[in-house]
Design a binder for this molecule. Structure first.
Ligand code: ZN
Length: 411
């Protein structure tokens, strides 16, 4: 995907505004001698921006307008260290609501829907984004916030909510509670809008089946407005991204170069009209790819695939970049193996080898399974692993995040 003339002009305007504002990024650009972009080449030479920069600019160093124009701040916590603060002007808030409204519309949600919002309200961008979008659409927002499952279900039944907005884990919890309490016939939900978590196809199917609803994945991050910058349509073939507000790139996380459409890499976003805190070539660390071709819905908004993980999780083996998620997806195609697996990469006899351990029940033909898995990985990712099938229960389990990849090449 290439940057259009119009997008280029918008980036140029953003850069000039930043430099003029003298904010954190404006100063950086000025020091680098950058005062605008005239060509795609200029654009591709712009430096990336990073979450670490935003921490350096804490608390309000990235504010790019006079303070009286800021109407709100949001913050993303991050797991360690200083939080990041993003200031919004009234127009930023408005633009975000417009994008969110479009998300609901792509999901076929209308002013007649009643939208139960369970993500949290507060400093982070979740609940309030869902809320403003719903109001902009003219739907009835039910601003529950997280937790209190009894009350959630009571409201869901009494107010006859038709749309559930939730994280995937909370949607699953609610689905299980509804099942357990036998109240499914009193629930009027038709659709779920699920945000901000990486989730597997198996979990998705379970939520959808148990609640009997269509599911929509919403994309976004606090640094770039928040959730609502993209969503899948009813054809469910990737998330459309609103490129009239953002420029979307997929880069090789190692070289920083754009990858061809269809290839996986890191999502990089440039805000085209943001005022409070414009970001140029912001590295999200989310891994996805642009889905080539046109969506059956006919929309011209480009699509990205399900988020495969974080670029920090990327593994490079024999010249192929891949993500543990891709292995998970392949294993999900084989009902005879468990969801547990382990990847070990070592450097033996002057070459790198990759062993993939999977679990299967003992009465299986391990040799045939091994062969099938090797072919599946080769076809879908591009290298042949040494597959080792072990009995169910042999691989380590952990309450926290299980370590899936053990790279012994550099030990
Ligand atoms: Zn579509």
């Amino acid at each position: 995907m290439r940057i259009s003339e119009q997008q280029l002009a918008m980036v140029d305007r953003q850069i000039k505004r930043l430099v003029e504002s003298g904010n954190f990024y404006g100063t950086k650009l000025k020091e680098a001698g950058i005062d605008g972009v005239k060509s795609e080449e200029d654009f591709l030479n712009l430096p990336f921006s990073h979450k670490l920069d935003l921490r350096d600019a804490y608390p309000l160093g990235i504010m790019a307008v006079p303070e009286e124009q800021i109407v709100r701040i949001h913050s993303s916590s991050g797991t360690t260290g200083t939080p990041v603060i993003i200031p919004y002007t009234a127009k930023d808030v408005e633009d975000w609501a417009k994008m969110f409204k479009r998300c609901y519309e792509f999901a076929g949600i209308t002013a007649k829907d009643r939208i139960q919002i369970t993500p949290g309200y507060g400093l982070w961008t979740a609940g309030i984004g869902f809320q403003y979008g719903a109001e902009k659409l003219g739907a009835m927002a039910i601003p529950m916030g997280p937790g209190n499952t009894d009350k959630q279900l009571q409201f869901m039944m009494d107010v006859k909510a038709t749309v559930l907005c939730a994280t995937s884990s909370y949607a699953l919890l609610l689905a299980e509670e509804i099942e357990k309490r036998g109240i499914r016939d009193r629930i009027c939900l038709k659709k779920g809008v699920i945000g901000s978590e990486r989730w597997g196809e198996k979990m998705r199917r379970r939520i959808s089946a148990e609640l009997g609803i269509e599911l929509y994945d919403i994309y976004g991050l606090t640094e770039i407005y928040g959730p609502g910058i993209g969503i899948n349509c009813k054809y469910d073939q990737g998330m459309h991204i609103w490129v009239d507000y953002l420029y979307l790139e997929i880069i090789d996380p190692v070289t920083g170069r754009n990858v061809p459409d269809g290839e996986f890499g890191e999502i990089v976003l440039t805000t085209l009209v943001k005022e409070g805190a414009p970001l140029i070539r912001y590295r999200t660390h989310d891994i996805s790819r642009i889905i080539p071709g046109e969506c059956p819905c006919g929309s011209h908004f480009p699509r990205i695939d399900v988020i495969q993980g974080r670029s920090d999780d990327m593994v490079k083996f024999n010249g192929v970049n891949f993500f543990p998620k891709q292995i998970e997806e392949i294993l999900a195609l084989f009902p005879e193996v468990s969801s547990e697996y382990q990847i070990r990469i070592s450097h033996l006899e002057r070459r790198d080898t990759l062993r993939l351990y999977v679990e299967a029940a003992v009465d299986m033909d391990f040799t045939a399974l091994t062969k099938k898995l090797e072919i599946a990985v080769k076809n879908r990712i591009g290298f042949t692993p040494n597959v080792n099938v072990v009995e169910v229960g042999v691989l380590p389990r952990s309450e926290k995040k299980t370590k899936r990849v053990i790279d012994e090449r550099y030990d």
